[in-house]
Design a protein around this ligand. Sequence first.
Ligand code: ADP
Ligand code: MG
Length: 350
Amino acid sequence: MPTVYIKGISKQYLPGNPVLLPLDLSVSSGELFFLLGPSGCGKSTLLRIIAGFVCPDTGTISFDQKDITNIPPEKRQAAMVFQNYALWPHMTVYENVAFGLEAAGIRNPELDRSVRTALETVQLGDFHGRKPTSLSGGQQQRVALARALAVNPDVLLLDEPLSNLDARLRDSMRVEIRRICKERNLTAIYVTHDRREALSMADRIAVIDKGMIQQTGTPEELYRRPANRFVASFLGECNFIPVTHVSSGKNGTAVKTSIGEMVSASQAPAGGSETSAMVRPENILLDPAEGPNIFEAVIESGVFLGETSAWNINSGGCRLAVSEMGIRKRMPGDKCSFSIAPENVVLLKC
Ligand code: ADP
Ligand code: MG
């Protein structure tokens, strides 16, 4: 399967209103790659440019060494799955899946074999004669996926394919889509605004905001080592603690905050800018036995969420959200201590 190279791609639909600023990206052969960002940030535009439905203002798209920027969509060896399924209501499931193959001039017995294989891949082998309207949302999305897979694409493009499904179905479809991509070793580019979808499925993710790639990395890299506040917040809940002074020591970077002085394993942001320390709620350990970065706090409020409790604590005038595993009764006004491991204190520009 090809590596997809995106070089200097930019786009504006209306003059003076850029949707994508020139951006570069490469998606490796066989990789399940996510474009993640808020609604309106240009994800679908970028995917449609890769598919060939939208023409970029600048830049090139290549599949391996082949520049396909000016090649029409049907000749790109790419297939797309849309959020709204885009099935033909008057055709059966079989006919819907066969449609693209027929248009490409594929005839029986190859046509029949491809349709059946695609429907079996998405576990709809017994649904040939049904009309899409008689299927559940999840089944309709599987038909849409089968239709994309039937043409045997090298590159699979998915635009928020699970957004119309309920939560339970989404979970199982995530696993299934990943399985299919990996079984077929597809180079896949998947657009979503849902961080959980991206974190749970992706080999790598590019976070997009304001028409720019903010950071590219594995789910763990982005979650644990976000490059800026936007990426940190978009990937999960976080606390930002204002930093008043930074100094580098041999065990990491020492920062002064209203909570106290803490050690971070990360480097101070370049350029001597205003700094904050980002800490995820689950990385604040209440009532620690020992360790660096131990501070005092008072419980302000909390809710029991089942496997975890979510507390708001106050330390030195700074309010912190804390996620605690297990069941532990704490009351507003209770005193507690907490610790944060230096590798979980991420220093970011304000
Ligand atoms: P996303 O998929 O991240 O939600 P889109 O790529 O669909 O974002 O859209 C990015 C921006 O471009 C939005 O502000 C949207 O309104 C605008 N846009 C998208 N398509 C068109 C179009 N065909 N004509 C004009 N503006 C468009
Ligand atoms: Mg979109």
